[in-house]
Design a protein around this ligand. Structure first.
Ligand code: FUL
Length: 449
């Protein structure tokens, strides 16, 4: 009897161990991607000059002439605003190539810019190296110019162009595969498996984005909103780029089998490309800070588009907003009030406190402080486990509710009206396994937020 009971317990334990170890975890390239938090998108092509969002492929390279182009100004501004990576649209849906591809004449080499000898991709990659920003590119599968589009030959052309970009411009941190295709677009079966294999072969450290991964997924909208609940785990089996349910992508899946975190792509202006009429519609620094809370603060990454203008420069209102955005964030997160919990404040995911559900952990602030922001992080090196929890604060007499939350993952940021207290208490109420709480921060927001 006792023996039976013991062997029963033993198998339950074994089951628990198997369940925990079978949970998906990130690859080193996904961890590096997530920890970089903010990436810049640079949408630039003939559309910049034709005032369009989607070129139809009939544009002439003669229209492309950014006479004052200075990629150093782009990358320096982005670096100063804390962006760790920059992704350039090497080719958008119109098919115009920003580098002198050997496989088409529809590129910068047929344009008046730098007498047809220029290469925007090279200037961006070089500036990235100079300022210590990682480099990435977007190469639209949908090509409205090339006559080979729609045939098997196009897949070869696309792979040849990928190869050029993956071999001639140094280290690549991210490759962006856009799933967009117009309603009446020609039919075309993209060889995504072939494209992805080439990236793995030539740039094994690069993460690949598409709606459904393989490394990073779309957040499901272009408004800058990761799900209030946002799992890095998801089941993408049977899904293809351009054909996944945006709501599912937005939230991920508590029981997802694959680790494919969400990337939040959103523009600093209403459009993705520069339009003079939108010079007065640039998002304010406060608006950008809000986007940061809604993306990075919900276990995602903020991919913010800042489109160069017709001169080939980032416009002053955009640069001013970016600068103020970073200065606000720096001010808010400068002083962490948490004291006496080294493993929770050392900025290291791998040092953590292990928590079971319904086992509260008290976090001391050393003395009474006024605060209105809390940051918590899980050790995602071992996966994502918190499904929901609550935070209370101590009034000197009792614990009072402060905030509830759902998923945490890499980072959860909580905003609330200021409270004055000396300690908080965090309780995980539901989790998919033992929780590894890596970081906790308690802050007072910048008055400029
Ligand atoms: C979409 C594209 O159609 C837009 O033009 C833009 O590039 C955006 C980032 O992705 O799918």
């Amino acid at each position: 009897m006792i023996k039976q009971l013991l062997s029963g317990l033993f198998s339950i334990n074994l089951l628990a161990v198997t369940l925990v170890t079978a949970q998906p975890t990130p690859t080193p390239r996904q961890i590096a991607w997530q920890q970089s938090e903010t990436t810049a998108f640079l949408h630039f092509t003939v559309n910049t000059f034709t005032d369009k969002e989607w070129g139809d492929g009939t544009e002439t390279p003669a229209q492309f002439n950014p006479t004052k182009l200075d990629a150093k100004q782009w990358i320096k501004s982005l670096k100063e605003a804390g962006f760790k990576t920059a992704i350039i649209t090497a080719k958008h849906h119109d098919g115009f190539c920003l580098w002198p591809s050997a496989y088409t004449e529809h590129s910068v080499k047929s344009s008046p810019w730098r007498d047809g000898k220029g290469d925007v991709v090279r200037e961006v990659a070089d500036a990235c190296r100079e300022f210590g920003v990682k480099f990435g590119f977007y190469l639209s599968p949908w090509d409205r110019h090339d006559p080979r589009y729609g045939t098997a030959e196009y897949n070869e052309l696309y792979k040849n162009q990928l190869r050029e970009l993956l071999t001639n411009y140094g280290e690549v941190a991210e490759v962006w595969f856009d799933g967009a295709k117009g309603e009446n677009a020609r039919d075309m079966a993209y060889d995504f498996d072939g494209y992805w294999a080439l990236v793995r072969e030539l740039q094994p450290n690069a993460v690949m984005f598409s709606d459904v991964g393989p490394d990073v997924r779309w957040v499901g909208n272009e408004a800058g909103n990761a799900g209030e609940t946002c799992w890095s785990t998801i089941n993408t089996d049977g899904m293809a780029p351009g054909k996944a349910d945006p709501k599912y992508l937005n939230q991920g899946d508590k029981y997802g089998k694959h680790w494919i975190p969400a990337e939040t792509d959103v523009s600093i202006r209403p459009g993705w490309f520069y339009h003079p009429a939108e010079d007065t519609k640039v998002r304010s620094a406060q608006d950008l800070v809000n986007l940061y809370y809604q993306s990075v603060g919900r276990n995602s990454l903020l991919l913010l588009n800042v489109p160069p203008n017709r001169d080939g420069l980032l416009s002053e209102p955009d640069v001013a907003s970016l600068r103020e955005f970073r200065s606000i964030l720096d001010e808010t997160f400068k002083t962490n009030f948490v004291s006496g919990s080294p493993s929770l404040t050392d900025d290291q995911l791998k040092t953590y406190v292990t928590l079971s559900t319904n086992q509260p952990v008290e976090i001391d602030l050393g003395r009474e402080q006024t605060f209105d922001r809390i940051a918590i992080q899980e050790n995602i090196l071992n996966g994502q486990r918190i499904a929901n929890g609550q935070i209370e604060y101590w009034t000197n007499e009792s614990w009072q509710p402060l905030k509830t939350f759902t998923t945490v993952g890499y980072k959860r940021l909580l905003r609330f009206a200021p409270v004055k207290s000396r300690k908080i208490r965090l309780t995980v109420l539901d989790a998919t396994g033992p929780v590894q709480l890596a970081e906790a921060g308690v802050y007072k927001a910048s008055p400029r937020e």
